[in-house]
Ligand binder design. Sequence first.
Ligand SMILES: [Zn+2]
Length: 292
Amino acid sequence: MTVGNPMNRKPKMRKYTKKDFDRQFPDDATCLEWLKSYLYPDGVFCEKCNRVTKHHRVASRPSYSCDYCGHHVHPTAGTIFHKSPTPLTLWFHAIYLMASTRCGISAKQIERETGVTYKTAWRMFKQIRSMLDESGEWRLGGKGKGVEVDEMYYGGRRKGGGGRRLRGDRGEQTKSLVVGMVERQGRVRALTAENASGATLLPIVKEHVMPSSTVFTDELPSYHGSFWSLVKRGIAGVYHSVGSSYLQTYLNEYSFRYNRRSDTQPMFISFLKQVEKRDAVVRHESIPVEPF
Ligand SMILES: [Zn+2]
């Protein structure tokens, strides 16, 4: 029997079960404590004392108070949890649910699993997703690195007349164009685009790919088929119809997950470490009706 060299074996992502979750985050206090340690790894800085001081938990509020001057610090400030009436444990649970499945879940599933209203589930869902957008943080490729650019049409009219029908619609107009940029055995970025013309695609590639990279277009054999199949399968499994703006946040979640496929850190922790990235616009959006 031949056994592969264990040194060549890639370390796998650590398992993080619901049991692990319940053990690590049994209540709001442990969630807040995690947040404090994560946001202030070198201790809590007191603005009034102008230095890192000892802080203690305020019993009645989700905050910590400076031992010397009594100034309050709210670890939820500037995070997706800011001013939310939903308990932290439910937020963490929703993040756990979204991070723990390969293809992602819907707001409806969060409603079912956590027992919050659909409205609350939808808001949490949107906020959690909003923090997974990596587009402004780094660019693909680099010196000597190849980046493949490819397009995919997604969607069409929803069956049963539920979707919005445009005049003269032959199905084609309701399809959304997705541009995928993929590094060889590396990271991805997927964006919705108006059309596949060079005038539209070039600025997108310029914005998201390092100028020193070699860009390939789809005439070459595709080496990122697995990413597209994951996206397609995921969309088909969770949604029947995805609007264009909604599709982008969906692609962000997929790409985020895909870009961490070789990490050892559990996906839930990777999601959790994004909580500072908050999109304030989300709260004012209308709530669409999901198919189930
Ligand atoms: Zn102080």
